[in-house]
Design a protein around this ligand. Structure first.
Ligand SMILES: Nc1nc2c(ncn2[C@@H]2O[C@H](COP(=O)(O)OP(=O)(O)OP(=O)(O)O)[C@@H](O)[C@H]2O)c(=O)[nH]1
Ligand SMILES: [Mg+2]
Length: 379
């Protein structure tokens, strides 16, 4: 019996996992290999699931908690993909605030499902906007306090702890967004990563342009002693760091008498939200908005408070109606986040004479992770 190649791609919120997975999926499909994708979130109504499905990929979603806490669901969803698609490759995107995935997902997969899956080396995407500040800070003896409760990255030391633990368990670190980094920024990040994680390969990539992806394909084809870095991790710090994030998923049907530009609408939602949150001082980990209508879709994102909102996937269409889904991950009280999101949607709709209706919203702080399995040592 042939095994399915299981590829999990880690990385912090907004690091570029979904973009990279779509690129990898296209690569495998051009090689004639069948692909299935599993997305993951703390709640339903995922921008990522729609983004990938709209691009034509078969996608299943594990919602409600991370893969580690929903390991059985992960196996079930992969099973659904196996039945429907007979995939040669499974690509899995864990929640971006999740870590300890080698002990709780990779090792159980290898040990319990070794006959069904061949698990690829575990790469973690490095997010430069927050990562550079977090690494600089952790190599500075007495960093001066910044906003967000002590970190110059905008996140607290406990949230930064998650970022660092994610890198620590990686078989390879993929420095993403090299398309917009200067050579000296790249050198600085590679140097800092090398100091903290000596011997770990650092691949310079752009999930957007595809630069560096030949090396990623090569990495993912490797066999050997990978997925063995079991973390020494404090679950109290991890849980508190995760719980500092406000999580919000909302979906709403927007209708107007006159057609409006969907892409500008999505960009306005994200940009206004950025502006609205600015006064709170709360750091944005990722804001994403997708607009769907009759086979068209557009996606807008913002991955840090001081970043620029971008239209990552344009719809190029005018619509009178759209299903809008907003996912926001921000270091703020989720009730306050909800107020900001609701107000922004109202305003952006009103400017177009549009009405938001049938809103469905979940906003909360992620709960303490309690993994289904946790291997204390690599098998
Ligand atoms: N310039 C540039 N933008 C990128 C690159 N990779 C991803 N992005 C953009 O970064 C934003 C976030 O990308 P995603 O792929 O959604 O990130 P993610 O890690 O899946 O985010 P979460 O699922 O929320 O954790 C989007 O606007 C992407 O278009 C890159 O290599 N270069
Ligand atoms: Mg994603």
């Amino acid at each position: 019996m042939t095994t399915i190649r299981f590829i999990m791609l880690g990385g912090f919120l907004g690091a570029g996992k979904t973009t990279a997975m779509a690129r990898l999926a296209r690569h495998f499909m051009t090689q004639g290999r069948r692909v299935g994708i599993v997305t993951n979130d703390q709640a339903e109504d995922l921008v990522d699931t729609h983004t990938l499905r709209e691009q034509g990929f078969p996608v299943e979603e594990v919602a409600g908690a991370c893969f580690c806490c929903k390991f059985t669901d992960l196996i079930d969803k992969v099973g659904s993909l196996e039945t429907a698609q007979q995939p040669d490759v499974i690509l899995a995107e864990p929640v971006g605030s999740c870590t300890d995935l080698v002990a709780t997902v990779v090792q159980p997969l290898k040990d319990l499902y070794g006959a069904r899956f061949s698990v690829a080396p575990y790469p973690v995407l490095f997010k430069p906007s927050h990562g550079l500040k977090i690494l600089r800070e952790s190599l500075t003896p007495n960093p001066s306090p910044g906003k967000g409760g002590g970190g110059t990255s905008g996140f607290s030391p406990k949230a930064a702890y998650i970022f660092k633990k994610q890198l620590e368990e990686a078989d390879a670190i993929l420095l993403n967004r090299i398309d917009e980094l200067t050579p000296s920024q790249i050198d600085e990040i590679v140097g800092l990563v090398g100091k903290q994680h000596p011997g770990v390969p650092v691949l310079r990539v752009s999930a957007k342009t595809g630069a560096g992806f030949d090396a990623v394909h090569e990495l993912l084809n490797q066999q050997g002693a990978f997925g063995r870095k079991i973390l020494d991790i404090d679950y109290d710090v991890y849980a508190e760091g995760e719980a500092e994030l406000g999580w919000l998923n909302t979906s709403v049907r927007v209708s107007a008498a006159n057609a409006f530009d969907l892409d500008q609408f999505l960009l306005d939602v994200v940009t206004r939200l950025q502006g609205s949150l600015k006064g709170t001082g709360a750091e944005v980990a990722h804001l994403k908005a997708i607009g769907l209508w009759e086979g068209f879709f557009g996606v807008a994102n913002l991955v840090s408070s001081d970043g620029v909102a971008t239209l990552s996937l344009p719809s190029r269409c005018q619509v009178k109606e759209t299903d809008l889904i907003v996912n926001a991950r921000v270091a703020i009280d989720p009730a306050i986040l909800r107020e900001h999101v609701e107000k922004v949607i109202q305003t952006v709709c009103a400017e177009r004479g549009a009405q938001p209706a049938e809103a469905k919203t979940q906003s909360f702080r992620p709960g303490r992770p309690t993994p289904t399995h946790r291997y204390a040592a690599a098998t």
